[in-house]
Write a new protein. Structure first.
Length: 110
């Protein structure tokens, strides 16, 4: 089934932590948006099997990816391989919204 997602309408923010909203999780793909107020972040983590692409939709995201610091402005996409440590931080004064997309981990089991 084809679906269209209005990402601007789905944005939501909270003072205490970033807000994640599932867009879809199919047999093959998984996507969410994450909305960050200034100072909010996602902790350093890895995805053992899944490659990931992070789209910065609004604001600027600071990311540490495999030990390299990147400042990623709105309109940019960062793609990185599986098992790479990464985080996302909003160090700016404006809100930041990202969308990530990766393979559903179930596809890669085995």
């Amino acid at each position: 089934m084809t679906e269209v997602f209005d990402l601007h309408a789905l944005k939501a923010f909270a003072a205490d932590k970033r807000v994640r909203k599932l867009l879809f999780k199919t047999d093959q793909l998984w996507s969410e948006i994450a909305c960050y107020e200034p100072g909010q972040s996602t902790v350093m983590h890895t995805h053992p099997k899944e490659e990931e692409a992070i789209f910065v939709l609004e604001g600027t995201a600071t990311m540490s990816i495999d030990g390299s610091e990147m400042v990623v402005p709105a309109g940019s996409i960062v793609k990185f391989p599986n098992n790479v440590p990464h985080d996302v931080r909003n160090l700016g004064q404006e809100r930041c919204v990202i969308m990530f997309m990766k393979v559903n981990p179930k596809v890669l089991r085995g």
